[in-house]
Design a protein around this ligand. Structure first.
Ligand SMILES: Cc1cc2nc3c(=O)[nH]c(=O)nc-3n(C[C@H](O)[C@H](O)[C@H](O)COP(=O)(O)OP(=O)(O)OC[C@H]3O[C@@H](n4cnc5c(N)ncnc54)[C@H](O)[C@@H]3O)c2cc1C
Length: 460
């Protein structure tokens, strides 16, 4: 690192990205002060209303490995080999995510993962963690960061520069910079919300544990991910308003009727459905676009604070972890904070914009397309093409989930070329065997450069 060892940096928000970043920067010799609004999760119960478990994939795992915590996290992980699709009639079919043994994604509990990361950061001599400290605003004009101390009730200020804001999708720091017109923010909310429901361990045994369960219903869906205690966390994604919506589910009867009609095989797994439905919060989903992510070398937005996305590709945390790894990598080659923050934004923005688009597209795929015969046919053809041309054709889902060496922006660009090609080959007929046709060979060689020839990443 060309920045002086022992240089001080503030990180605001000890969530998934903040805790991992604190550890990475401490390992580089920086003195990290980490501030968190919540109480110490190693002593308190997890906050309600956040997603309970998450899908961790190769990009996130690579960043955890870089920080030396992957082996500590590993016992928390449950491999999921594919989507277990439940149709209306109750029939189930596994659609594998990949075609190699290691091509799986992992269900992990948010609270457990966050606790491990905070513990690892707190154990490092270069990190001081301050809980119950709510950041109120960042003010580059006066050079201050303002906090409310949840223990004493008082307010105080700290020197701002340099600060990394990892205070999540509702970032107070982003809001204060936007109010001062130092950054521009666009928030695009979906008109679909979500609600989480717990399938208790006593009922969870009825579901295959090593899969992400999905009840796609065209326009809405239910999903469920396994937890280490044998329970599953189910999430209903549904329109906020309209005839088939959260607004229409106003009583225990309407909720039960809706589940009996739409998700009949899930109903027996949710013995206290009506009570949970009434008690659990209904969350909003949206994409946050911010420009720029930094103000000089004083403050940088990272993770959801900079670029929150909808959860349908299971990549928000993975992208935030990849941010942390990228900032860490760029640190080695930067002379000052401003240069570092600017290079970080330049390298990451095209990629986080790409995953924001792909995550929105994946909602349509999950709730509608997985039941479509054409989709299933093209998916099988894509797998066959990957087997025949592994150096040129990798299904887009696999590029995003299993190939961290392929930046999101390249996955999006190659993905749309491949999608066109799949439609052309599918129209020409022949099913999976089309992968062996001279037409497939010609189109692939003409349109898809070898993956190894992609531009190398900015740093690693
Ligand atoms: C329903 C749902 C499902 C999801 N599923 C997946 C998935 O399967 N895979 C995946 O990769 N991603 C998933 N995500 C996205 C993932 O949750 C986020 O991308 C990830 O949590 C971002 O990490 P972060 O550290 O930037 O923000 P957060 O994890 O939100 O952390 C922010 C931290 O800042 C603290 N904080 C907030 N405000 C302040 C303040 N003013 N002062 C001090 N501290 C503050 C918070 O308490 C928190 O600890 C999902 C999201 C949702 C909503």
């Amino acid at each position: 690192m060309r920045l002086p060892a022992g240089a001080r940096i503030n990180i605001v928000g000890a969530g998934l990205a903040g805790a991992l970043l604190a550890l990475l920067l401490a390992r580089r010799g920086l003195a990290v002060a980490l501030y968190e609004r919540r109480a110490d999760p190693r002593q308190a119960r997890p906050e309600r209303g956040r997603s309970i478990n998450l899908a961790l994939a190769a990009r996130g795992m690579r960043a955890l490995e870089r920080a030396g915590v992957l082996e500590t996290v590993r016992p928390l992980l449950i491999p999921m080999r594919g989507r277990m699709v439940h149709d209306r009639g109750g029939a189930v079919a596994l659609q594998p995510y990949g075609q190699r043994e290691h091509e799986v994604i992992y269900s992990v509990g948010r609270a457990d993962l966050n606790r491990v990361l905070i513990e690892a950061a707190a154990q490092h001599g270069n990190v001081s963690v301050h809980f119950n400290q709510q950041c109120l605003r960042a003010d580059p004009g006066t050079g201050h960061l303002s906090f409310h101390d949840g223990v004493s009730g008082g307010e105080y200020q700290l020197p701002l520069a340099p600060t990394v804001a990892t205070d999540g999708a509702g970032s107070a720091i982003r809001a204060s910079l936007a109010a001062a017109q130092l950054v521009g923010v666009r928030e695009e909310w979906l008109d679909h919300d979500y609600k989480e429901l717990t399938i208790p361990a006593s009922a969870g045994g009825a579901l295959e544990r090593h899969a992400l369960h999905i009840w796609p219903r065209g326009g809405f869906m239910l999903i469920a991910l396994p937890n280490t205690d044998g329970s599953f966390t189910a999430t209903l994604f549904l329109a906020r308003e309209g005839p088939r919506s959260f607004a229409a589910l106003t009583s225990a009867e309407t909720v039960r009727e809706f589940f009996a009609r739409e998700f009949a095989d899930a109903l027996p797994l949710l013995p206290d459905l009506a009570a949970q439905f009434a008690a659990n919060p209904q969350g909003q989903l949206g994409t946050v676009y911010t420009v720029p992510w930094h103000v000089r070398g004083e403050v940088l937005l990272l993770g959801d604070a900079a670029h929150a996305i909808v959860p349908f590709h299971g990549q928000g945390m993975n992208a935030a972890f990849e941010d942390c790894a990228e900032l860490d990598a760029l640190l080695a080659a930067s002379d000052d904070w401003q240069e570092l923050f600017a290079r970080f934004e330049q390298s990451r923005r095209p990629n986080t914009t790409a995953i924001a688009h792909m995550a929105l597209e994946n909602y349509l795929e999950m709730r509608d397309a997985v039941l479509d015969a054409g989709f299933v046919r093209r998916k099988a053809l894509a797998m066959a093409l990957e087997r025949r041309f592994p150096e040129r054709f990798i299904p887009r889902y696999s590029m995003v989930m299993f190939h961290p060496e392929i930046p999101y922006a390249d996955a999006e660009r190659r993905g749309s070329l491949q999608e066109q090609l799949l439609h052309e080959l599918d129209r020409a007929g022949g099913g999976d065997a089309a992968a062996d046709s001279p037409l497939a060979e010609r189109l692939i060689r003409e349109r898809l450069a070898p993956i190894g020839a992609l531009a190398p990443r900015a740093a690693n």
